[in-house]
Design a binder for this molecule. Structure first.
Ligand code: B1M
Length: 210
C-alpha cells in the first residue's frame, strides 16, 4: 500500500533519497504511476506552495523540492502509458517569457509524447518572437503556452497576438494552461483551448489533430 502522506512529507523536507525510495517502493507494490504522481508528488508540491506563500519555505528549499520531484517524474515517465493514437503531429511547448516554472509544462510535454505527438519542449522564459520562429521552423500543428504566475499571464496574450500578427493562426492551434489560467482567460485572449492538467492537455491535443 503506497504511503502518499510520507511522499508529500519527504517532498516538503526536500529529501530526494527518501522520496525516490518511497516512489520506487510504491511502483514495486503495483501502485499506478498516475496515482503516485497526483496523490504523492503533485499533492506534496501543493503543500510546498502553501508553505512558500506563508513564508515557511524559501526559494532555495522550493528549488530543492522541485529537483526532488523532477527526479521522481523521470522514474514515472516510462510507466505513464503509451498511446500512439496521435502519432506524427508536432507540438511546440514552452513557459512564457518572464516565467521560470517548468515542472507542470514538462509533465504536459511527457503526456503528449506518450500519446505519440512529436513534442518540441522549448523550456522556460520563451519570448513571443521565439514561439513564432519555432512554429514556422517546426511546422507545428499545436502550440502550448504555460504560465504559473498571474504576472506572466498577460505574456500569453502577447504571444497569441504575435502568432496572429505573423499570419500563423490558421496553421496552428493555441492551447494554454498553468495553475492561474482558466477557460475564461483562454476565451478572452483568443486561445483555441485550455487544459487544467497534463492528462486533459494531452486529450485535447489529440482531439485537435484528429
Ligand atoms: Co513559484 N510560485 N515562484 N517557484 N511556485 C508559485 C506558482 C506560487 C503559486 C507559490 C505561492 O506563492 N503559493 C506563486 C505565484 C503566485 C501568483 O502568481 N499569484 C509563486 C511565486 C510568487 C514565485 C516567485 C515570484 C517567488 C519569488 O521569487 N519571490 C518566483 C518567480 C520566478 C519566475 O518564474 N520568474 C518563483 C520561483 C519558483 C521556483 C524557481 C523556486 C520554483 C520553480 C522550479 C521549477 O519549476 N523548476 C517554484 C515552485 C516549485 C512553485 C510551486 C511551489 C509549485 C509549482 C509546481 O511545479 N507545481 C508553486 C505553488 C503551486 O503551484 N502550488 C509556485 C506542480 C506542477 C505539476 O503543477 O505547474 O500547476 P503546475 O502544472 C499543472 C497544471 O497547471 C497544468 O498541468 C500541470 C500538470 O497537471 N499545466 C498546463 C501547466 N502548464 C500547462 C500548459 C498547458 C496545459 C496545462 O498547455 C496547454
Amino acid at each position: 500500500m503506497a504511503d502518499f502522506n510520507a511522499m508529500q512529507e519527504a517532498l516538503v523536507q526536500c529529501d530526494q533519497d527518501k522520496l525516490e525510495g518511497l516512489v520506487n517502493g510504491a511502483i514495486a507494490d503495483g501502485t499506478p504511476a498516475i496515482d503516485i504522481l497526483n496523490q504523492g508528488l503533485i499533492a506534496g508540491m501543493d503543500i510546498v506552495g502553501e508553505k512558500m506563500e506563508n513564508g515557511d519555505m524559501f526559494i532555495p528549499e522550493v528549488l530543492m523540492a522541485a529537483q526532488a520531484m523532477g527526479g521522481c517524474v523521470a522514474v514515472l515517465k516510462p510507466l505513464l502509458g503509451e498511446d500512439e493514437s496521435a502519432e506524427g503531429a508536432s507540438v511546440i511547448i514552452g513557459t512564457v517569457k518572464g516565467d521560470l516554472h517548468d515542472i507542470g509544462k514538462n509533465l504536459v510535454s511527457m503526456m503528449m509524447e506518450s500519446a505519440g505527438l512529436v513534442v518540441y519542449n522549448l523550456g522556460v522564459d520563451i519570448s513571443p518572437e521565439e514561439f513564432v520562429r519555432q512554429i514556422k521552423e517546426k511546422n507545428a500543428s499545436i502550440v502550448c503556452l504555460s504560465a504559473l504566475l498571474t504576472t506572466t499571464m498577460p505574456m500569453m496574450k502577447q504571444t497569441v497576438d504575435a502568432i496572429v500578427e505573423a499570419g500563423l493562426k490558421d496553421q496552428v492551434k493555441i492551447m494554454i494552461g498553468g495553475a492561474p489560467v482558466t477557460q475564461a482567460f483562454a476565451d478572452e485572449i483568443g486561445a483555441d483551448g485550455f487544459a487544467a492538467d497534463a492528462g486533459s492537455a494531452s486529450k485535447l491535443a489529440k482531439a485537435m489533430v484528429a
